[in-house]
Design a protein around this ligand. Sequence first.
Ligand code: FES
Length: 116
Amino acid sequence: MEIRLGSVEELRAEGCRVVEVEGRPVGVVSVGEEFFAIHDRCPHMGASMCAGSVGGTLLASAPHTLVYGMDGEVIRCPWHGWEFDLRSGRSLLEPDRVGLRTYRVSERDGDVVLHT
Ligand code: FES
C-alpha cells in the first residue's frame, strides 16, 4: 500500500511528522535530501521519537579517543536518550535485541509517499 503524505516542501519544513498507518504512529523524518520513516514509539517507555533529536553519535574508537560520526543518521529519544539508526531502525546499544520498525519512503511528483 502507498500513502501520499504531503508535499516534499511541507515535510522538509516540519522536520518530523507523525502519521497513522494501519493504526500505528509512524514518524516521517526529514534529514537533508532524505526522508526516513520509523515507528514513532520508543521501545523503552513509549516516547514519541518525533519529539527527539536527529544528529550523530560517538562511535567505537581507540581507547581515550572520542570519534563523532553518523551525523544525520541517528535519532535520539527525548525521554532517556536511547539512540537508533534511522536507516535500519536498530538500537545503537543493542542492535540485535531492540529496534524500531522502519518503512520505505520515496518522492513522487513533489510528494512524499510512504510504502507499507
Ligand atoms: S522512552 Fe525512549 S529512552 Fe526511555
